[in-house]
Write a protein that binds this ligand. Structure first.
Ligand SMILES: Cc1ncc(COP(=O)(O)O)c(C=O)c1O
Length: 367
């Protein structure tokens, strides 16, 4: 059996360090925020080439608070993409604003920068590009448009820990960036977690207050805040795992290169290669117009796959009130029909890659 992700293999490899980190929190009883979270915030911000980090309890909370800190509220519009996990869009709704979609570039699955200007209205406050699958969105034009039009840029970097755009780290490319530490992410907690990173002391102060009931001093509530604090155990585990992240990313990139080589010309479209940017392959998605057949064939050989994502957000019943219809965003809709995510994790071996590729090739030959 080849799993889609293998969290157990990763835990086995770092068990003594993780166990010691968890036990240290049991001893200190710093269960919520505390010194491990503070240290992790500094270490992860430095990793992202930013000045500040504010740890929270999920990537969704990170997005919600970044939007609030940017001043987004009722009556405002926020531009993002429909081909993303629903959390990107839900966070905009949490802030009381209206999500406005632009289509994706079908070659990269990230925001089509040529479509942004037409989506801007006097109500637009922010742009939320998504570094989908671990590939950075085309940030230079996005930031240029935002500066010219007075908009805030919030990166949804939930899938992009360690990704780089033109040599700069995801997280440092906009005004604020939000990461998720959901267990299956490239840097995953042992539970839920997220962070906002930024160079701005003002955004940092606001997000810090908002995550902890709007207070800087206990029982003095400056803002209407939330209970979005990061847990001490997650901070301690994430500090351990951050030390391994570069090695794990290299493992993902080696596995992706192996897939690229073995799959080229075999009935699927592999991710477009990029030498300018560093794709961290949270997801390795191929495209095929025979997705169900391919998924079934792989399943028959005990190879797990996933679909990220089968329904674009503009066609989800939950967001029917936005008034979009089939045909509004053809590239997102087509991607949703064609993408198939192959097994991808740092410990994926060359033999496992070859077995997956062999199954894909057999189906192509049988066509
Ligand atoms: C693109 C994207 N945005 C936001 C999130 C939300 O993160 P979380 O699950 O930690 O709330 C996720 C992950 O689940 C995601 O993939």
């Amino acid at each position: 059996m080849i799993p889609f992700v293998d969290l157990k293999a990763q835990y086995r490899a770092i068990k003594p360090e993780v166990d010691a980190a968890i036990f240290s929190v049991l001893e200190s009883c710093e269960f919520t925020l505390g010194s491990e979270v503070r240290a992790f915030e500094d270490e992860f911000a430095a990793y992202c080439q930013t000045a500040y980090g504010v740890g929270v309890n999920s990537g969704t909370s990170a997005l919600h608070l970044a939007l609030l800190a940017a001043g987004v509220g009722s009556g405002d519009e926020v531009i993002t993409v429909p081909f993303t996990f629903i959390a990107t869009v839900s966070a905009i709704a949490y802030a009381g604003a209206k999500p406005v979609f632009v289509d994706i570039d079908p070659r990269t699955f990230t925001m089509d920068v040529a479509a942004i200007e037409a989506a801007i209205t006097p109500r637009t406050k922010a742009i939320v590009p998504v570094h989908l699958y671990g590939r950075p969105a085309d940030m230079d034009p996005i930031v240029e448009i935002a500066r010219r039009r007075g908009l805030v840029v919030i990166e949804d970097a939930a899938q992009a820990h360690g990704a780089e755009y033109r040599g700069r780290r995801a997280g440092s490319l906009g005004d604020m960036a939000c990461f998720s530490f959901y267990p299956g992410k490239n840097l995953g907690a042992y539970g839920e977690g997220g962070i906002v990173v930024t160079d701005s002391p003002d955004f940092t102060r606001t997000v810090r207050m908002l995550r902890d009931w709007g207070s800087e001093k206990k029982y003095q509530h400056v803002l209407k805040g939330y209970n979005y604090r990061m847990e001490g155990i997650q901070g301690a585990v994430l500090r351990v795992k951050l030390r391994h992240l570069e090695r794990w990313t290299d493992g993902r990139r080696v596995a992706a290169a192996c897939y690229d080589d073995l799959l080229a010309g075999n009935g699927v479209v592999t991710p477009e290669s990029t030498t300018l940017d560093r794709h961290v392959y949270h997801v390795y998605a191929v495209r095929t117009d025979r997705r169900q057949e391919l998924q079934d064939a792989l399943h028959a050989e005990s190879i797990q796959t996933g679909v990220h994502y089968p329904i674009p957000v503009h066609l989800q019943p939950a967001f029917a009130d936005l008034g979009y219809r089939t045909g509004c965003f053809p590239h997102a809709e087509r991607a949703a029909h064609e993408v198939l995510s192959l097994p991808m994790f740092p410990e994926l071996t060359a033999e496992q890659c070859a077995a997956v590729a062999g199954a894909v090739r057999r189906l192509a030959r049988a066509a």
